[in-house]
Write a protein of this length. Structure first.
Length: 307
């Protein structure tokens, strides 16, 4: 049995474990949250290092992607370096491969027509592949990076502007304590209604779920949400808010859509390589063989199964 363990800075309330079969291999996939405690996360990595086939790094990324330039998040390095034997995946490559593919898939299957739709992408630096595909599909994007990471009421509407702003704020953001720019631990359960107007103005809300959860208004009637990690409670909350369609870029496994770091950990475990040894083609090839399809649910209509 292969084991993939996601060690997350997020809330322990979102912990989950599942045993499933992927490409003929039995996988035990688990997620352990440390409620924002970096030291606890590091200790868990040290405890299980060499005992799992791959780690996933949850609740924090190693990089922010500003086009052709990557910015290293300072607080992620100790967690990354704690894994000496087992590979550590943060989901960066999967975001740039699987999520591009998912947006194309959604459009080709006519599940969502992105052309001329107003789309709020809560963080473009975190999901650069998704951003590019949404623009190629004809969507009108609002990037919420400055709003949701550092509280600036500065919506951006082009990748060019996002790149310029990234060059200014990303080096600063990456050196800040991570909990100041992203909800970790108990902060994940606190609401902030400062920027709800941008949710109301856009038909599609896309990107990191914890940003969406923290900042979305109570009324999301008729909205389409395209995101990643959701629990069964998250789905209930979105349904109660009136969300019409939920699409997760990662598949449903026993009632839970795991994060991109977990999916990347699965791919790495199947490859037998370390993340640094893998190319984008390696990820694309294995993801194609696995055959993951997005989860699509009409929350206030009927559930659809695709694949």
């Amino acid at each position: 049995m292969k084991k993939v363990m996601s060690i997350s800075l997020g809330s322990s309330k979102r912990d989950h474990k599942v045993v499933t079969t992927i490409m003929g291999e039995t996988f035990e996939i688990s997620r352990i949250g440390t409620d924002g405690d970096m030291e606890a996360a590091i200790h868990l990595v040290e405890e299980y290092d060499g005992k799992v086939d791959a780690f996933g790094m949850g609740g924090i990324d190693v990089y922010l992607n500003g086009g052709n330039k990557k910015y290293i998040i300072k607080d992620a390095k100790p967690l990354l370096e704690a894994a000496k034997l087992s590979p550590m995946a943060d989901g960066t490559f999967v975001k740039n491969t699987l999520e591009r593919k998912v947006i194309r898939y959604i459009g080709d299957k006519k599940i969502v027509d992105f052309n001329r739709k107003n789309i709020l992408l809560v963080c473009g630096l975190d999901r650069f592949g998704m951003a590019e595909e949404l623009i190629k599909s004809g969507g009108y994007l609002t990037f919420g990076d400055a709003m949701f990471s550092i509280g600036w009421n500065f919506p951006m509407h082009s990748l060019k502007i996002l790149h310029i702003v990234a060059g200014i704020i990303a080096p600063v953001v990456c050196r800040m304590p991570f909990e100041m720019v992203y909800p970790t631990g108990k902060e994940q359960d606190k609401k902030n209604y400062k920027f709800t107007k941008y949710f109301h103005e856009n038909e599609i809300i896309a990107g990191d779920f914890l940003y969406i959860k923290k900042y979305m208004p109570d009324n999301m009637e008729g909205k389409i949400v395209i995101t990643n990690t959701v629990t069964s409670k998250d789905v209930d909350d979105l349904k109660s808010a009136g969300v019409n369609m939920l699409i997760t870029t990662t598949p449903e496994l026993s009632g839970r859509s795991f994060g991109t770091n977990v999916i990347e950990g699965i791919v790495v475990a199947l490859s037998g390589k370390m993340p640094g040894e893998m190319t984008e083609c390696d990820y694309e090839s294995l993801l194609e063989k696995i055959g993951f399809v997005p989860r699509v649910e009409y929350l206030n209509n009927e559930k659809v199964s695709i694949g």
